[in-house]
Design a protein around this ligand. Structure first.
Ligand SMILES: N[C@H](CCC[C@H](N)C(=O)O)C(=O)O
Length: 280
């Protein structure tokens, strides 16, 4: 199976051309492919597939083998991949995902792909959308959650996938490897959740650390950065244009009045290779 290894701010993925490879076999072997000792190693596998609703279809499989409806860092890598492979010839494209049709735009300056800007669709804080247990039409603001004998106040946000956003004074002081899995599996979240801890660094500038549903600790989470910017905006902590700083770089998030969210950031190609699935 031919693959290309890519990352968005260190959130790394194995990209596979589903027009040429056996997509079912790739999905079946995703967990093994993501193993950092026995396989290629990645936070997830991303497949490019035909679509009858958009220019192309994207499937995202987390490193634990679970399928995710959407992936922000992943769709930037995906857009670069399908464009440079000629699967999609347009710099502005539509991508079918389980979270709806997303619209990435490749930003080229002096013939170099500098970044990818993505129309991430609409956010929602409604409990029925995140989803979160409780009154379905209530917004998931000021939720009390507990982990490791610590109480946190969380905001629930859907970016097509669930997010639990918690503001703290010092993100580096949070024992994320301990509280992350507890909150990921918190009974409030029937479909589990991604968990973001946020420290306000300045006006419209957030610092984020993340524990991802189905992946664990990752260096960055694009949908999580969008969810965090939305939570800060809804709580009056930030305006509608927010810089979110991750471990190795920043994402720029813009929130429009109609709840539409735009994310701009890098997408890097690292290497390509060929692996024998039967040998995993
Ligand atoms: N773990 C996430 C999917 C990947 C999201 C993240 N890698 C991003 O960049 O948005 C979930 O199960 O909802």
């Amino acid at each position: 199976m031919y693959f290309t290894k890519m990352h968005g701010l260190g959130n790394d993925f194995i990209l596979v051309n589903g027009f040429r490879e056996d997509a079912a076999a790739v999905v079946k072997n995703a967990k093994k492919l993501c193993d950092r000792h026995l396989g290629i190693g990645a936070d997830g596998v991303i497949l490019a597939l035909p679509s009858d609703k958009a220019d192309v279809k994207m499937r995202v499989i987390n490193s634990d083998g679970s399928e995710a409806p959407m992936c922000g860092n992943g769709i930037r890598c995906f857009a670069r991949y399908v464009f440079t492979r000629g699967i999609v010839s347009k710099t502005k494209m539509s991508v079918e995902t389980l979270a709806g049709i997303m619209k990435p735009e490749i930003i080229i300056i002096d013939d170099v792909i500098e970044a990818v800007k993505v129309d991430m669709g609409h956010y929602s804080l409604l409990k029925k959308d995140v989803p979160i247990m409780g009154s379905p039409d209530e917004e998931a603001l000021d939720l009390e959650v507990e982990a490791q004998d610590r109480k946190y106040i969380a905001t629930g946000v859907s970016m097509g996938n669930p997010h639990c956003v918690i503001f703290v004074d010092n993100v580096d002081g949070v024992p994320l490897e301990k509280v992350g899995p507890i909150l990921e599996n918190h009974p409030l979240f029937p479909k589990k959740t991604n968990v973001e801890f946020i420290e306000v660094k300045g006006k419209d500038h957030l610092k984020m650390r993340v524990w991802e549903r189905g992946c664990g600790l990752t260096l960055a989470c694009g949908t999580g950065a969008c969810a965090s910017a939305v939570a800060a905006y809804k709580k009056g902590i930030a305006g509608n244009k927010v810089k979110v700083s991750l471990t190795v770089g920043d994402l720029m998030i813009e929130i429009q009045d109609d709840r539409r969210v735009f994310m701009t950031g890098p997408a890097k190609e690292v290497y390509s290779g060929d692996i024998i699935l039967a040998g995993l």
